[in-house]
Design a protein around this ligand. Structure first.
Ligand SMILES: [Zn+2]
Ligand SMILES: [Zn+2]
Length: 429
């Protein structure tokens, strides 16, 4: 069935040929185009009982035959199918597809057919992944992710085809093996550590060669990734629209993605840098509304004035308004047109310059700046939800969480006072 769907070249219902994606209806056994049975490229399996077949199976329900009813019923069924396709978050769907792809690559390398797998086949795949896999074995948590995808695939195929397909990943044998692998095949963590508050302070005050253009660039970039809790990939896409006024001050366009907000802006009791919307490469932020980021005007423990630092960068370096804020400086006044992506190297150099005796720079990376602020907030006793909202992490939400948001003021307050543990978050304001 899957092979039929994947090798289709034309729609068997309307003869449409102008699409690459076809679905296959397991009931009428027809390959259908995206108009006759909507499918998207990232659909997990190209199988879908068509609306016509779904309706036929329930035709006995109607006692009055009316065109109007039939049309409504067809529309409702299509709506149901559309909603069902949107049930999974895109990242979840992509995760399942990765797991399925990985099994297929493995099967091909063994000269076997891919999914569906049998119990021994699933066990062999797991054993292969943690022992003899080339170029390197997988960490048990990666195997677990892939296996979750393969398990979901079997459930889906079983449901849509109605075939009595056993899911090998639900068998006791596979579950036992997975448990063993999780306990004994955990690779050493490659995750990089965050900067401590003291380390960051030294970096801000001597880690960057601020008499050079690239030194100033690296310092402001570090500040945005650190205090704005931005992923390197998100920071490099940021755009800023502004102009320098005759009096030497910076004026930001109201729709600028990055801007300094000053009172009397209604939601801002104090001056801060706001990074808002559109940084879609922030992969864990909810797709509906990527969280804004808030950087306070002052961070006491770091003895840092972010707003001043940021505006000074614009005034001195003048990155093109509306363009990439963190494009790398080129020559005396120019900028590269490509996005900057040397975050790791820039931050580590900053660390080494301010810590000449340190020997642990290999434990640090591009993500260490963002992780640092999250760690500081956590150590300061802030609630997980506040930290997640400050950094745009996806936090599994209960219904109650949709009724309130973390105020920008609270995030600004938390970051302004990092490193101070004395105030309890639940009793503030
Ligand atoms: Zn068609
Ligand atoms: Zn059908």
């Amino acid at each position: 069935m899957l092979l039929r769907a994947e090798s289709s070249t034309g729609c068997q219902r309307c003869q449409e040929k102008n699409t690459k994606i076809f679905s296959f209806c397991p009931r009428c056994r027809e390959s259908l185009c995206t108009l006759c049975s909507p499918m998207t490229e990232d659909t997990i399996i190209p199988l879908q009982v068509c609306v016509q077949c779904e309706l036929q199976a329930t035709a006995h329900r109607s006692v009055v035959s009316s065109r109007e009813h039939a049309r409504t019923r067809r529309g409702l069924t299509a709506t149901v199918q559309h909603m069902e396709r949107s049930v999974l978050r895109p990242t979840t769907r992509a995760g399942i597809v990765r797991g399925v792809k990985d099994f297929e690559n493995y099967a091909a390398s063994m000269g076997e057919l891919g999914l569906p797998a049998d119990v021994l086949g699933a066990c062999q795949y797991i054993a292969y992944s943690v022992t003899v896999r080339q170029p390197e074995v997988l960490d048990s948590s990666t195997v677990d992710n892939y296996v979750n995808g393969q398990r979901a695939w079997h459930d889906l195929v079983r449901e849509v085809t109605g075939l009595p397909l056993q899911n090998p990943y639900r068998s006791p044998r596979v579950r036992r093996l997975l448990k063993h692998v999780k306990a004994h095949f955990k690779k050493d963590s490659k995750a990089k550590r965050p900067f401590t508050l003291a380390e960051a302070k030294r970096m801000y005050h001597g880690g960057f060669r601020t008499h050079t253009r690239s030194g100033r660039h690296h310092k402001v970039l570090f500040m945005f990734c650190n205090l704005g809790l931005l992923r390197p990939n998100a920071s490099k896409q940021l755009r800023c629209s502004y102009r320098l006024r005759a009096d030497g001050r910076v004026e930001f366009a109201t729709n600028s993605q990055v801007r300094v907000v000053r009172p009397p802006y209604p939601a801002a009791p104090f001056i801060h840098v706001r990074v808002g919307g559109g940084h879609s490469s922030d992969k864990n932020a909810t797709s509906a509304k990527p969280g804004d980021r808030f950087i306070p005007a002052v961070v006491h423990q770091l003895e840092l004035k972010p707003v001043e630092l940021f505006e000074a960068y614009l005034i001195i370096e003048r990155p093109p308004s509306g363009g990439l804020l963190f494009a790398a400086p080129l020559g005396k006044t120019g900028f590269r047109l490509t996005t900057f992506s040397n975050h790791g190297e820039a931050f580590i150099k900053g660390y080494e310059r301010s810590h000449p005796d340190a020997t642990d720079s290999d434990t640090l990376g591009a993500g260490s700046a963002r992780k640092a602020a999250a760690q500081w907030l956590w150590s300061g006793g802030w609630a997980k939800r506040v930290i997640a909202d400050a950094g745009g992490w996806f936090c599994k939400k209960s219904a109650v969480d949709t009724y309130f948001k973390t105020d920008p003021e609270r995030i600004l307050d938390a970051i302004e006072n990092v490193g101070q543990k004395t105030r309890l978050p639940q009793n503030r304001r």
